[in-house]
Design a protein around this ligand. Sequence first.
Ligand SMILES: Nc1ncnc2c1ncn2[C@@H]1O[C@H](COP(=O)(O)OP(=O)(O)OP(=O)(O)O)[C@@H](O)[C@H]1O
Ligand SMILES: [Mg+2]
Length: 186
Amino acid sequence: MTDKIFLRKKVLAKRDELANKGEKSQIICETVLKSNFFKKAKTVFVFLSFGSEVDTSLILKTCFKQGKKVCVPVCKKDCMMDAVAIQNTSDMTYDNKYGIAEPKDASNVVDKQDIDLIIVPGSVFDYDLNRMGYGKGYYDRYFVGTTAKRVALAFDVQIQNEPILVGEYDVKMHCIVSESQIIGEL
Ligand SMILES: Nc1ncnc2c1ncn2[C@@H]1O[C@H](COP(=O)(O)OP(=O)(O)OP(=O)(O)O)[C@@H](O)[C@H]1O
Ligand SMILES: [Mg+2]
């Protein structure tokens, strides 16, 4: 367990230091936008970038432009999360307990069965599509009972050759997209 905490810290420090995150984020988002899964998806659940995460704003903007239904994460108690529908990015506020943007009005909860594509954040990934998040299990809990495609966005520095130690609740991704690689099927 301490190994995992150490690994997460090390990789996130590297991500914080990474240059040209804006350009790299754009490449990552464009890869997703070109995919059949994105084109087919009617309802997209997408994270709102925090800190040095891949910037998802191009995906959000494109979803709105193309008339897709957009939902974003809202943290609840017991490390549970809702997908809440939003109409535009000005619906956001910044007051969740982790400092992550959330919608002002969290009442429009979307049924997880109705979501086609989940754009997933994370800290560390491996080539076997395993994911480490931020250590609370929000996403692992959310994935239970979904049929949506799980596409994680990461910079290359977050993808490691050594396999990640997985726990019983860790859910694999269908695909990981970085600025230079697509792991799995997009
Ligand atoms: N479906 C679940 N049911 C019960 N406990 C769970 C479930 N998913 C995760 N957990 C528990 O939540 C805790 C955090 O999980 P883990 O370390 O995998 O977080 P993570 O994947 O890094 O976080 P996140 O999913 O929020 O990005 C662990 O104790 C794990 O056992
Ligand atoms: Mg996990």
